[in-house]
Design a protein around this ligand. Structure first.
Ligand code: NFS
Ligand code: SF4
Length: 648
């Protein structure tokens, strides 16, 4: 039991882990035990299998691979391949959304429509698309084509880079790393890392940053924009989190993965009158739909669909015995789900042709009548309800209230009101040191750490230090499960300055900005702060830091790289696989003789095993930024004198 307690921190997960033992169901936590002795070559990043003369592994006795590649080359190549994979995952997600927008504009995507014309028009104008006296669909078609062009452009740099502060664009220009087409960046990464091409570790790492920029300011940024156009820009709403959102007497459907188009249509399908009727006839009191991972965040942000849990809870959710169906699409979906589901009546349904698992039922939701396809899926789940074995059901009681939906527009509105929507009050609060700084916490949970713990310990410490926290992805779900995504958290935990601001504005001290792709909303917010004035001219000068606390995915590496290349220091709770090359490691962590990546971009990576140590260092970095901006003047505390009284 103690052993289980060291794996997960929330009560619901612990309960389900205990039940997994009783039900003889294997989970990722068991498999992590079997994989405990990780390959040391892999951990150090010195295993190369780029060609078939190898695989080669670097040791003291064998410092070079057969081709002569040394540890620096091999570690840097492996790192760049990770960045390329992470970039392609997020950016391909963006591409699928653009194609959806294109099909909507062409009248080919039944069940979908343009929900936020304002965002569409804003972006159309950005690209110089004529918007006067034109139908919304033809504008949307032009925009979709221009967005697609951002993937394929061979020489022209990404237009969306212009969304960054001018000064930062200048830094990219000077370094020669302004990315052009996103696809081209990824292809070039693969080319450069194949046998006998790029062997200069710094040159390889520069391309890693370039590729990551094409994600953060390109693919992911476009994904968030197009999601807002198609599904609506999020605004604050209430919901709840953790496995207690499942219900004993309803049909329970979990949606898991990343792409919002399918989950959007499923949320429509479950509320159709005939589907509700179908559920009633099956003996259920209704249908509960809840999410896992980033898809959860997408439908939470726009519809208040509750969060069942984050990445490492996907199997645990099935172990409740109360899930009729888990509908999955792409990314972070464990193949282990199939074995877990076999022990219950749960069915795993895959919906995307590019992501199938043997043992899952494949029911593609395509372009032709997707609503009908979604209804078929839901009906199948309802049919499964009758197969539920009540003796195997145990739903944890744990469920916490939350507030989410903080798009940048929503934050602006909260701060300034409808007619004066602006970041001014936030900038002023930072300048007056009521808010000491801003930290974005993103990323996953991992079997390498007790789940959620690093995120929650660090978040609490930052709030105490008057630091406003922005969260996305599975990290936000960690805070949600801890009951922290509420305005009350300001009263309970935040330092006095932050608390005062949160109370005045009516926001929680932790703002949930969405899925991992929505990390670009953090960049967007940071740029708004710069544009508002008074806090420097570049992201690099802001008293702001990013954290990938319990990260595990290649996507997180790409995110980390685009933040660092944007001038924002990134703290890691788990290390990179780069320790096999002192040169690569020191460059990325800014610890080599000439300052490493810090010299290039004004920011670097920091790895801290202990969240409290990380909090200390984060505070120092923010403090240094405040010093640099000259906003650390300690205001003399004085009592009112006669002049002040008269003024009042
Ligand atoms: Ni992000 Fe979203 Fe979660 Fe990690 Fe996976 S769901 S894209 S990768 S595990 S935060
Ligand atoms: Fe070995 Fe070089 Fe081939 Fe890598 S590319 S496997 S180091 S021979």
């Amino acid at each position: 039991m103690d052993n289980l307690h060291s794996k997960v921190s929330d009560n619901a997960s612990l309960e389900m882990l205990e039940k997994s033992k009783a039900d003889c169901v294997e989970t990722c936590f068991d498999r992590a035990e079997h994989q405990k002795t990780h390959c040391s070559f892999g951990l150090k990043g010195v295993c190369c299998r780029v060609c078939h003369m190898g695989p080669c592994r670097i040791t003291v006795k064998a410092p070079k691979g057969i081709c002569g590649a040394d540890a620096d080359t091999i570690v840097a190549r492996n790192f760049l391949r990770e960045v390329a994979a992470g970039t392609s995952a997020h950016s391909d997600h963006g591409r699928h959304l653009i194609l959806k927008l294109k099909h909507v504009a062409e009248g080919k995507a039944e069940g979908f429509a343009i929900k936020d014309e304002k965002v569409l028009l804003l972006n159309a104008r950005r690209y110089g698309i004529e918007t006067e006296n034109r139908g919304i669909n033809s504008i949307a078609l032009d925009l979709a084509n221009l967005f697609l062009n951002e993937f394929s452009s061979q020489e022209e740099t990404l237009k969306t880079l212009e969304l960054a502060p001018k000064k930062r664009q200048g830094i990219w220009e000077a370094k020669g790393i302004k990315p052009c087409g996103i696809d081209r960046m990824v292809v070039e990464s693969m080319h450069r890392t194949s046998i006998g091409v790029d062997h200069d570790y710094k040159n390889l790492l520069m391309h890693a940053f370039r590729t990551a920029l094409s994600n953060g300011w390109g693919g992911s940024r476009i994904a968030s924009i197009v999601s807002d156009i198609l599904f609506g820009t999020p605004s604050p709403l209430k919901s709840s989190a953790n496995l207690g959102v499942l219900k004993e007497d309803t049909v329970n459907i979990l949606i898991h993965g990343h792409e919002p188009a399918i989950s959007e249509i499923l949320t429509v399908a479950v509320s159709a009158p005939e589907i509700k009727e179908y559920a009633k006839n099956a003996g259920a009191s209704g249908i509960t739909i809840a999410g896992i991972c980033c898809t959860a965040n997408e439908v939470l942000m726009r519809h208040g669909v509750p969060l069942a849990g984050n990445m490492l809870q996907q199997e645990l959710a099935i172990i409740t015995g109360a899930v009729e169906m888990m509908v999955v699409d792409v990314q972070c979906v464990m193949p282990g789900l199939i074995d877990a589901a076999k022990e219950y009546h749960t069915e795993i349904v895959s919906t995307t042709d590019m992501a199938k698992t043997i043992g899952a039922k494949h029911m593609a939701v395509g372009e032709v009548n997707p609503l009908a396809a979604a209804k078929e899926i839901v009906k199948r789940a309802i049919d499964n309800f009758k197969k539920r074995d009540k003796s195997k059901v145990k739903i944890p009681a744990d469920k916490e209230e939350l507030v989410a939906g903080f798009s940048v527009d929503a934050i602006k509105y909260m701060l300034g009101g409808k007619y004066r929507a602006s970041f001014r009050p936030l900038n002023d609060a930072i300048i007056q040191n009521r808010i000491f700084g801003v930290v974005g916490i993103a990323g996953c949970t991992s079997t390498k750490r007790r789940t959620d713990e690093y995120i929650n310990v660090l978040t609490e410490e930052l709030l105490k230090r008057n630091i406003l926290v922005l969260q996305t992805g599975c990290a936000a779900i960690s805070s949600a499960k801890a009951g922290r995504l509420t305005p009350e958290t300001a009263l309970k935990i935040a330092g006095p300055g932050l608390r005062e601001v949160c109370e005045a504005v009516g926001i929680p001290p932790i703002l949930h900005l969405g899925s991992c792709v929505d990390n670009t909303r953090i960049l967007e917010a940071a740029t708004e702060i710069i544009n508002e004035g008074g806090l420097g001219e570049d992201l690099g000068t802001l008293p702001a830091v990013g954290v990938a606390a319990e990260w595990m995915s290649e996507k997180a590496i790409s995110i980390g790289c685009y933040f660092v290349a944007s001038g924002v220091d990134i703290f890691l709770g788990n290390p990179f696989y780069t320790s096999g090359s002192a040169n690569v490691h020191n460059y990325l962590h800014g610890t080599d003789a000439d300052g490493g990546v810090t010299k290039d971009f004004g920011a670097c990576f920091h790895y801290y095993d202990d969240p409290l140590e990380a909090a200390k260092r984060i505070t120092e970095i923010i403090n240094a930024a405040r010093e640099g901006l000259g906003i650390n003047r300690k205001e003399e505390r004085k009592l009112f004198d006669m002049k002040d009284r008269r003024a009042i």
